[in-house]
Design a protein around this ligand. Structure first.
Ligand code: SF4
Ligand SMILES: [Zn+2]
Length: 411
């Protein structure tokens, strides 16, 4: 390239980066303004946020999985940068008080002795659940959110439950370090899987639409390598349909991202997570303004087909995440849903009232088989299938930066 050509290319790049940074600033400022409304609720620091049971596909069979959500200090990305655009987990964390090691231990002991279920103390036994998820509304591997000694305690005690075969935890990629994995490895003999929020492998989508704050994906590569070094599994979370994307763009992004997660980053599994709406999130705010709709369930079928076609396989460890089939044992959501949990979404991915339940049943089947034919068997709905197809054909000629400027304000 000539000197003047290089100069021109650099100037164009600088202009693009300036526009990108300004859009990122607008998104973050809006998210932070919305977070300012998050109520500081008087949570009991020694009680779990939630315990749920659902089915899980493990080693070729369907088993019971228990998901334990610790009442926790909340995600650091959320506290410092406002967090991701679709997430409002901080709604479930105390804003001013700190959950200590002893608080966490009390919470965890209520799982071990079954006392978290007020009406049926003692009947719960971790050994009945081959798969156990331990979540903290953030990163379990971040010592700023949950101390190392707490993580060590949880895994050391779990090691005594040989009915538990696999433990799934979650963490942002930057906290996957040798130091914390060594702690877990020396305390626990079973399989550990760590879910990492990748959301999108497209920088613009990830940084502007998701506000993920992982500009450099080498952090993700390193996290997967580190997990594999310790014999642990890496699970990628791919958020489907963040704000500012059309339905079709979101489908394409979820397919490409899932393929990249398997091929480029070496993840062992992918969970496609359709956006749901929680109070105080940017996605919820745009929904209130009529500028966002949760993704269609029909689109999930396109995504699974797209991934299988791209990878030339028809059974990969791909899960469809979201709030589809939980039996809530305990937590502030309460029995019968009358008191809605502060972390539970008020709206999830859906079709129309006529066919949503049938599709959700198909998703549950798919999650137990990874066979896309379980999704294919849902017949096109006479009330909404055509509308979904029309929605998929909607195009937006503006760039994502232009959309953000249009919605959140120009300079
Ligand atoms: S999605 Fe994960 S990283 Fe993002 S704000 Fe929520 S808890 Fe934090
Ligand atoms: Zn329908």
């Amino acid at each position: 390239m000539s000197e003047s050509g290089r100069f021109l290319a650099e100037a164009k790049h600088a202009i693009r980066e300036k526009a990108f940074n300004h859009a990122a600033f607008l998104v973050e400022a809006k998210i932070k303004a919305l977070r300012a409304n998050t109520p500081n609720l008087p949570f009991e620091k020694t009680k779990l946020a939630e315990v749920e049971i659902n089915k899980f596909f493990y080693e070729g069979e369907t088993v019971d999985r228990v998901m334990i959500v610790l009442r926790s200090n909340g995600c650091q990305h959320y506290k410092t940068n406002g967090g991701c655009s679709m997430c409002a987990h901080l709604n479930g964390a105390p804003l001013t008080e700190k959950i200590t090691h002893h608080n966490y231990v009390t919470q965890w002991n209520s799982v071990l002795d079954g006392s978290f279920i007020e009406c049926a103390s003692g009947e719960f036994n971790l050994n009945d659940y081959p798969v156990v998820c331990v979540y903290n509304l953030g990163s379990l591997l971040n010592p700023e959110e949950i101390q190392k000694e707490t993580v060590e305690y949880i895994f050391r005690t779990l090691n005594e439950y040989k009915g538990v075969k696999k433990v799934i935890i979650e963490s942002r990629a930057e906290y996957v370090t040798d130091e914390i994995l060594e702690v877990i490895k020396s305390a626990y003999d079973g399989i550990v899987e760590v879910g990492i929020g990748v959301e999108s492998t497209n920088r613009t989508v990830r940084e502007l639409c998701h506000h993920k704050a992982i500009d450099d994906t080498s952090i993700i590569t390193r996290a997967v390598e580190t997990l594999h070094k310790y014999g642990m599994k890496a699970l990628a979370y791919v958020n489907f349909k963040p704000v500012f994307l059309t339905e079709k763009e979101a489908i394409d992004d979820a397919i490409q991202t899932s393929v990249d997660c398997f091929k480029q980053f070496g993840f062992d599994a992918v969970s496609v997570e359709p956006t749901s709406l929680q109070e105080n999130s940017l996605a919820n705010h745009l929904y209130d303004l009529g500028l966002y709709r949760v993704p269609w369930l029909w689109s999930l079928r396109d995504i699974i087909h797209g991934i299988y076609d791209e990878l030339g396989e028809d059974k990969l460890d791909i899960r469809l995440g979201g709030y589809f089939d939980e039996e809530v044992l305990s937590g502030s959501q309460g029995a019968g849903f009358e008191g809605r949990n502060e972390i539970f979404p008020h709206m999830t991915s859906s079709n129309c009232g006529h066919c949503t339940n049938e599709f959700v049943e198909a998703i549950k089947q798919f999650n137990m088989s990874y066979d896309v034919r379980d999704l294919d068997k849902v017949e096109p709905c006479p009330y909404c299938y055509k509308l979904w197809e029309e929605t998929k054909s909607i195009k937006d000629s503006r760039s994502i930066i232009e959309r953000i400027e249009d919605i959140l304000g120009r300079e």
